[in-house]
Ligand binder design. Sequence first.
Ligand code: ADP
Length: 407
Amino acid sequence: MNAMDRILVVNAGSSSVKFRVFEVTGPQSLQQAISGQIDGIGVRPKLVATGPSSEVLVERNYEAGEVPDVATAMRTAGAWLQSEQSLNFLAIGHRVVHGGPDYDRPVLVNDKVLHDLERYVNLAPLHQPNNLAPIRILLERLPRMPQVACFDTAFHRGHGPLADRYAIPEGLYIEGVRRYGFHGLSYEYVAEKLHEVAPDRADGRIVVAHLGSGASMCAIRNGRSVESSMGFTALDGLPMGTRPGQLDPGIVLYLLTEKGMSPQRIQTFLYGECGLKGLSGISNDVRELLKSTEPGAALALNYFVYRIGLFAGMLAAALGGIDGFVFTAGIGERSAEMRSRIAEKLAWLGAEIDEQANARSEVCISRGEGRLRLYVVPTNEELMIAKHTLSLITRTPSVGSGLMRTA
Ligand code: ADP
């Protein structure tokens, strides 16, 4: 194995570009070498990166105008990786939120694929344009560099028709109005990891709760997604930091007709002003809400826990029972208190939390041989993207020849 074989993973959002460098240590094994990001794009841009032992490799501030957008942030990070770290890459993997109806697995990007993916900008207006910006710029600057798009929707594309449909006329389904589901890279990682950390339940009926600033839940059977709390866009399902989750569509009509809000205004409202932030009137951050003594904070947290309980019931029904419940992402991985409160809502399904194991964030946090096991599995979407990227270029002879030489 050539020690210089590396994969770059890029996760570009509206105000930050996160990147990870993985070294290829075997035909299917990867080791993280660098984790970095540029955040504060257009406001107070800052490049920070750390090495394998979390040592700081760079911490650099820029003027707002020096890094005004995601494309420039990508160029800035790329210049640091190439000129100062002397790193070159076998391939670059990207997180892309929406793959639409057709992209049900990772794909090598070319102009046609990029053009197809631009059609889904309206389905993920905050994420998709930013996800695609680095791909476009890299296609122009490094046309021979293999780039792989990995989709948050892909893991759910195997859903049966009942889980994939809305009760609306067929024509809209055909043109792509479907229940896609998101956070698929996280769920795929967790489903794989369960085989390692909980092999006796990994092929059972599992509900995973990805609780970060975006939040959703997924029903998994035999390692495959069968149902999701999210749908056509990443607005549906659980309440999130700033998104409302499940909402009667009549409310959107009300905002349009009675409040005179424009579609653009409604978009900003639904993506940025609702959820924990809107309900509490205080913050979108669970840490702050847990600290607050305001009644709005308690209401928002109670609502979040209550809705997770409701969706657990729905997803257990989709699975015909439940053997395991997994907590992941920021809140799920780090807040023992929230896990404990959510576990209470799962008592009727057979959950009994072990508070000591919970306080230590152990893998299994349920007691004894309870019917429903509770797990904490830290997610790693970037590693999943790197794995997909390596696997795809290895399987594509024209692209992977350099790698095959050294593998
Ligand atoms: P993102 O969803 O943006 O990728 P994360 O999965 O890291 O990010 O989740 C971020 C959220 O996790 C924050 O908004 C915060 O509410 C929550 N969070 C992070 N740490 C804690 C903690 N110790 N206790 C409670 N909530 C936390």
